[in-house]
Design a protein around this ligand. Structure first.
Ligand SMILES: [Zn+2]
Length: 363
């Protein structure tokens, strides 16, 4: 009898051990545990879809916000903290929901909200050295027979091959890099190839310039957001190069008066172009001939002789990297031009292209 009683006690203690957490499943404590689990394992979508009717809305701020698959954005709710509001207005956590510039900032989280490691660059001195104006839109180069090819929106999976091609032709170019757009992750995340590609650009003699952190339209965001778009890309590039550029190109080439004053205060040259290759419109083997024709026509003009060119392209397009650029480099050589950086074509000494961060990491 005593033996049976002991067996019963043993059974009761074991079942109680397993029973207690199950009983708590509907309690408040488990909600916070569940949130922690979401943070550490963001792929567990099923957890997010569990019903939450059993919890009073006031118990958790997230419940007042839209959850996975629900509508978000103007006229709807904000997404729960770690969900992103897609361009179409749905909460989710895929790259399509979160990638900038289209993810809806302020209606959930976005790649744009990511922050580079290390000290902010805000306090670094920004003397306006050199002959090139600051805070004014520059559309043309200065030196005759220079051709400044610029590539926006990268680095990207094609950029390595583009650098090989430029090496082959001993050509120099300028890269207007973005920090975290198109779902590529942060450029200063060294588990990805972007940081080492940017270092390679630098050591190969190309120029690195800013195309902002997440490619937002600088005329459509608040002043604070505009500053963050510039400053966060600076910190990421500082983490890669030890400094950040003095040259920038605003996304969509949009920078109104207020934007120009801000970038002037931050010590930037604003670079536009006088030759649009229109590569982004012609990214197919059939259409890319149109971009070649544009370049050929520009370089074939009889006058004025040696007119310098500041050309725009994008290293995120396959046809640009694997077709158009080699054509441009050949035509540039044939026409007696030199493929150079923007800084060189503007006769700005290399020392003026960057601001170095000499602070110790612990300062
Ligand atoms: Zn762009």
């Amino acid at each position: 009898m005593i033996f049976v009683y002991i067996l019963f006690l043993l059974y009761a203690s074991v079942s109680l051990q397993y029973h207690v957490p199950v009983a708590n499943q509907y309690g408040q404590n488990l909600l916070s545990a569940r949130d922690n689990e979401q943070d550490s394992r963001p792929n567990r979508i099923a957890v997010l879809e569990e019903p939450t009717n059993d919890i009073h809305p006031d118990q958790h701020d997230g419940l007042r916000k839209a959850r996975l698959g629900e509508r978000c954005g103007q006229g709807h709710k904000k997404c729960k903290a770690h969900l992103c509001c897609s361009p179409a207005g749905y909460c989710g956590m895929t790259a399509a929901h979160c990638k900038s510039p289209d993810c809806q900032i302020g209606w959930g989280t976005c790649d744009a909200d990511k922050v580079p490691q290390g000290l902010p660059t805000k306090e670094i001195q920004r003397p306006q050295n050199g002959p090139v104006p600051y805070g004014e839109v520059i559309v043309t180069c200065k030196t005759s027979y220079t051709f400044a090819m610029t590539f926006d929106d990268g680095p990207n999976e094609f950029t390595r091959d583009l650098l090989d091609l430029l090496d082959k032709y001993k050509a120099k170019a300028t890269f207007f890099v973005t920090g975290v757009n198109s779902g590529k992750g942060q450029i200063d995340d060294f588990s990805r190839p972007w940081g080492s590609l940017i270092q390679r650009m630098h050591y190969s003699g190309h120029q690195i310039a800013s195309h902002t952190w997440s490619h937002q339209d600088l005329t459509a965001v608040s002043r604070e957001q505009r500053h963050q778009q510039i400053l966060k890309n600076e910190a990421a590039l500082r983490n890669i190069l030890g400094g950040f550029p003095t040259y920038m190109r605003p996304p969509y080439s949009k920078c109104d008066h207020a934007c120009l004053r801000d970038v002037e205060q931050l010590g930037y040259h604003v670079i536009s172009f006088n030759l649009d290759t229109a590569d982004y419109l012609n990214d197919s083997p059939e259409k890319i001939q149109r971009s070649k024709d544009i370049v050929n026509k520009a370089l074939s003009k009889p006058s004025p002789a040696g007119r310098p060119f500041l050309a725009i392209g994008h290293d995120i397009h396959a046809q640009t990297v694997y077709n158009l650029t080699e054509y441009i480099l050949r035509r540039v050589n044939e026409a007696g031009y030199r493929a150079v950086t923007v800084g060189e074509c503007l006769e700005d000494p290399r020392d003026n292209w960057y601001r170095w961060d000499y602070r110790k990491k612990s300062d």
